[in-house]
Structure formats: structure tokens, C-alpha cells
Design a protein around this ligand. Structure first.
Ligand SMILES: *Cc1c(COP(=O)(O)O)cnc(C)c1O
Length: 423
């Protein structure tokens, strides 16, 4: 298979190889990224990409579903067992489509949704103004308390009572603290709203029992499969039995055509991997690593939104360091440390050049890094910040980062890079 790509399309082969080398030779701190296993890669790169399977098991619109039905049932059963949910739909192409399907399953266009504002940590699809979710629905947004960086459930309740949304969305994309899904469920019930919970970032922590699951408190739980959950790029919906039919119809034929069977196959594999003691240990280490990283950054005088973290991610407010987020992110990238610039709550700067930097520990934890390595990474970050305009120091840090990477090889890349360009 490796040879086929190399022989048929040397240009793409070379680029894939370069990406493997880049992923191996840099410290991946983007909290939504990870490294999947070779088993997940193989399932994802399998012949299942050839098969059309519009519909659901036993209700397909094409023949030849002897195998696909079995695979999708397995994926559904594993997801249901893992998340302790009545029903699972494993077909959404990604988290964004899963969210749109969740909303359209429950409410009508023009109805009101209420989610966390994007600059305060919410996702685009939670009703942010540039997203179709704010055009299709009337969107009202809640925020974190800018003084504490934390969700203020009393204020969320007040907003819910005032705006009477049909759906309240819990969950976030840049929020470093545990979310109380039970309170969200109660607020939603009190105002007669549905509760949709989006655990795209923290699904791995939820299945490991580190964060409380929203499944008992939400009408629909939406997630991606590729973040802390460490599966292929995809989406998934979990719900109570009463919503099962509506959810399935919202995904297909409501929003999608044929499911990506190769992805669905790889999701099944990832669910099996997540149902192991090894996965629980990995998830626990993610949080330990994030806490160690936060502690060290605080020692270096970094200002962290909410003062720390309960999960896999950290949001640094760089205003006291007088470095824009984008400038630090780009300098870190030159030092082989890959992060993303991000808004901070009530950020005075524009989202295209915000005050914050978002980092996280899932990918480095998959590589086997623990507290000592994390502390070293905090030192690298601090040195880059202190030498932000000194390219030779940044290059030096890059060499040290490369050395660290060489001790923690990326597990299971599918195409083995040429020796000459690997680490
Ligand atoms: C990543 C994310 C999504 C969207 O996932 P895509 O697969 O990129 O479409 C949705 N919600 C939250 C909270 C996310 O973090």
C-alpha cells in the first residue's frame, strides 16, 4: 500500500511523508488534536471507503450491505455501551454536522437556541454570528464571568428565563474547567427547553469517568470522535430512546447522504480502544499533565484564564506579557511547539489577532510524555516568550524540542517515513 502511493503519486507521497516528519518532530499542543492508533488508521484507510450505505442497518437504499450493517451495528453498540446511552448515531461527518442535526431533530427554523459565546469558549456551531446556526435559528448567547473566567450558572439561568430558548447548549471548545451538566439539565427543564450537550473536546475524559457524563442530563449529547476520544475525524450523537427516530432522520436524510463507512469502521475500533484500562490511564494522565503544565506556567508568571485547569486544556491570557497570541503561536511553531492563538473572555483584541494562546495535553500524553516532560515544555514556552524577537534562541529551543520528541516517538504512523527525513 505504501509503495502504491509512492509509485502512483510521488508528489502526494512526498507531502504525506513530510507531514509524518512534521508530526513526529514537533510538540503537538493543540488541544483538539491527537494521534490515532495504527488500527484506527488501517480501518480508516480500508476498502469500506468504497461502499455506499445510505440509510441505517436493515433499512438501506443500496444492496450489498452484508458487511456494512454488521459494522455499523457494532459501532452503535460500542458507543451505547461506552457512553451508557439508549441510542447512538455514528454517521455524522463531523462535530459541526452533528450539532446541526441535534438542533434540527428537536426544533424548527426560527426557534431560539442559547449557547456559549465563541470568544468565551463556545463553538461556532453554538449560535455564533458567522455560523449558519445563528441564521437558521434565533441565537442568544451566554458568557463566562470575565472576572473569574468561569461559567456563572445563576446568570445562565437568568438569561434562560428571560429569552426562553427552545434549546440550551452546554459544552465548549476553549473552557478549561469542568462543566456541571446536571445544572444545565435542570435550567433547561425549568424553562421548558431541550438540553443539547456538546462534549467534542472532553469525550475521552467523560468515557474514562474523569468528568461527569452529561448523558443522564441531556436530551442529546453531541461529540466529535477525533479529539480526546482519539478516533478518526468524525461525529456522533447519543440520545434518549424517545429522540432516537428524530435524531436518525435529522442526520439522514435531513442533512447527509451516505455515511463515510471507512470512518464509521474506524470509529468502531476507537470505541473498543476507549473501553480499556489503558485508555482510562491515558485520560487520567492527560489531566495530570495539564495541571502540571498550568502550575509551571503560573510559576513563570503566565496569567491563566480561570487560574488553572480541570481538563486537558489551558488558556493563557498574554496581556501581562505584552505579546499578542498570534505572535507567540508563530514563534512557538518555529521552535517546534504547535499551539493555537485564541480569544480570551472579553478579549479587547480582534479574534484574528487575540490576546490568548490555547494549549492542551492529549497528543503529548498519547506519545507517553508525563510530568517531567511537561515541565520542560513549560520552560520552552517561557523561553520563547522571553526571547520572542531573538531567532537564534528560538532555533536553539527548537533543537531541544526535537531532542525531546526523539525520545517519545509518535505511535503507529501508517506510512513509514524515509529514514533520511525522519527524526
Ligand atoms: C471541535 C468542535 C466541534 C466541531 O467539530 P468539527 O469536527 O471540527 O466540525 C463542535 N463542537 C465543539 C465544542 C468542538 O470543540
Amino acid at each position: 500500500m505504501e509503495n502504491a502511493l509512492e509509485q502512483y503519486d510521488p508528489q502526494i507521497y512526498e507531502l504525506v511523508r513530510q507531514e509524518i516528519a512534521r508530526e513526529s518532530a514537533s510538540i503537538r499542543l493543540i488541544p483538539s488534536e491527537n494521534y490515532v492508533s495504527r488500527a484506527v488508521m488501517m480501518a480508516s484507510g480500508s476498502c469500506l471507503t468504497n461502499k455506499y450505505a445510505e440509510g441505517y442497518p436493515n433499512k438501506r437504499y443500496y444492496e450489498g450491505q452484508q458487511v456494512t450493517d454488521l459494522i455499523e451495528r457494532l459501532a452503535q453498540d460500542r458507543a451505547k455501551q461506552l457512553f451508557k446511552a439508549d441510542h447512538a448515531n455514528v454517521q455524522p461527518y463531523s462535530g459541526s454536522v452533528a450539532n446541526l442535526a441535534a438542533y434540527t431533530a428537536l426544533i424548527e427554523p426560527g426557534d431560539t437556541i442559547m449557547g456559549l459565546s465563541l470568544p468565551h469558549g463556545g463553538h461556532l456551531t453554538h449560535g455564533w454570528k458567522v455560523s449558519i446556526t445563528s441564521k437558521l435559528f434565533k441565537s442568544v448567547q451566554y458568557t463566562v464571568n470575565p472576572d473569574t473566567g468561569r461559567l456563572d450558572y445563576n446568570r445562565i439561568e437568568e438569561a434562560a428565563k428571560k429569552h426562553r430558548p427552545k434549546i440550551i447548549i452546554s459544552g465548549a471548545t476553549a473552557y478549561p474547567r469542568e462543566i456541571d451538566f446536571e445544572i444545565f439539565g435542570r435550567i433547561a427543564k425549568d424553562v421548558g427547553a431541550y438540553h443539547v450537550s456538546d462534549i467534542a473536546h472532553i469525550a475521552g475524559l467523560v468515557v474514562a469517568g474523569i468528568h461527569k457524563s452529561p448523558v443522564p442530563y441531556a436530551d442529546i449529547v453531541s461529540t466529535t470522535t477525533h479529539k480526546t476520544l482519539r478516533g478518526p475525524r468524525g461525529g456522533m450523537l447519543l440520545c434518549k430512546a424517545e429522540h432516537a427516530e428524530k435524531v436518525d432522520r435529522a442526520v439522514f436524510p435531513g442533512l447527509q447522504g451516505g455515511p463515510h463507512m471507512h470512518t464509521l469502521t474506524a470509529i468502531a475500533v476507537a470505541m473498543a480502544e476507549a473501553d480499556t484500562p489503558e485508555f482510562i490511564a491515558y485520560a487520567k494522565q492527560i489531566v495530570k499533565n495539564a495541571k502540571a503544565l498550568a502550575e509551571k506556567l503560573l510559576e513563570y508568571g503566565f496569567d491563566l484564564v480561570s487560574g488553572g485547569t480541570d481538563n486537558h486544556l489551558i488558556l493563557i491570557d498574554l496581556r501581562n506579557k505584552n505579546i499578542p497570541g498570534k505572535k507567540l503561536a508563530k514563534a512557538l511553531d518555529r521552535a517546534r511547539i504547535v499551539s493555537n492563538y485564541n480569544t480570551t473572555p472579553a478579549d479587547p483584541l480582534h479574534p484574528a489577532n487575540p490576546s490568548g494562546l490555547r494549549i492542551g495535553t492529549p497528543a503529548i500524553t498519547t506519545r507517553g510524555m508525563k510530568e517531567p516532560e511537561v515541565k520542560l515544555i513549560a520552560r520552552f514556552i517561557n523561553r520563547v516568550a522571553e526571547n520572542i524577537d531573538n531567532e537564534s534562541v528560538i532555533e536553539e529551543i527548537g533543537k531541544e524540542a526535537l531532542l525531546l520528541c526523539s525520545h517519545f516517538p509518535v505511535p503507529d504512523h501508517f506510512i513509514i517515513p524515509n529514514k533520511k527525513n525522519s527524526l
